[in-house]
Design a protein around this ligand. Structure first.
Ligand code: GAR
Length: 216
């Protein structure tokens, strides 16, 4: 059984590429049904086209409200038979209606150790705060910004001479490893939700990846 993914992007699409690469392995339990971008110029659209994945651009400027935009997204995702939505650098807030409708079927990657450093401009704020560790988080999406049950996190040390660009490169590298792990855990039905916490069954998590301690 292969789970159909719908991947939402806005830009470079390096996390999309990590998922394309993962899905190219016959043993990976998911496939990418569609890639949707709100931005016509997103480089990720080229990555999808190169991998023969259907793409759609849904320009937010053409819709009167967030709900109307999200209804269009839902129509396309449902039409493509999507079972799990992966936000991969999708720089739009989704309406509560949409998020509730797809509850526990939307996941997101964020470039910090949530719940720390929600929002934008993360790496500059991490450096300004002087914290010694940052990282990435893959989590289920809830309607509050960058919140929801945490599936996978990975830690990246912050060097004294890091800039937002150097830190971003290190964190992105871990995002690319963590995102396919989270998708695999979901597709293999190894995640059991209990209200707002979750339990992950089984082993096989690489050492560099930390599972939310509350999971056990
Ligand atoms: C990634 O670092 C992702 O964590 C971040 O945008 C970047 C997208 O890169 N997402 C957010 O900040 C969402 N809150 P990509 O387009 O190369 O995958």
């Amino acid at each position: 059984m292969s789970v159909a993914l719908g991947i939402l992007i806005s830009g470079h699409g390096s996390n999309l590429q990590a998922l394309i690469d993962a899905c190219s392995d016959d043993n990976f339990p998911a496939n990418i049904a569609i890639v949707i971008s709100n931005n016509f110029n997103a480089y990720g659209l080229k990555r999808a086209a190169k991998a023969n994945i259907p793409t759609k651009v849904v320009n937010h400027n053409c819709f009167g409200s967030r709900e109307q935009y999200d209804d269009k997204l839902a129509e396309i995702l449902e039409g493509a038979g999507v079972e799990l939505i992966c936000l991969a650098g999708f720089m739009r807030i989704l309406s509560k209606t949409f998020v509730d409708r797809w509850k526990n079927r939307i996941i997101n990657v964020h470039p910090s150790l949530l719940p720390a450093f929600k929002g934008l401009n993360v790496h500059q704020r991490v450096i300004d705060a002087g914290v010694r560790f940052s990282g990435c988080t893959i989590h289920y999406v809830r309607s509050e910004l960058d919140s929801g049950p945490i599936i996978v996190q990975s830690v990246v040390p912050v060097a004294f001479n890091d800039t937002p660009d150097t830190l971003s490169a290190k964190v992105l590298e871990t995002e690319h490893r963590c995102y396919p792990i989270a998708v695999r855990l979901i597709a293999e039905r190894r995640i059991n939700m209990h209200e707002e916490s979750l339990v992950i069954e089984g082993v096989g998590i690489p050492d560099h990846t930390m599972i939310n301690p509350n999971s056990f």
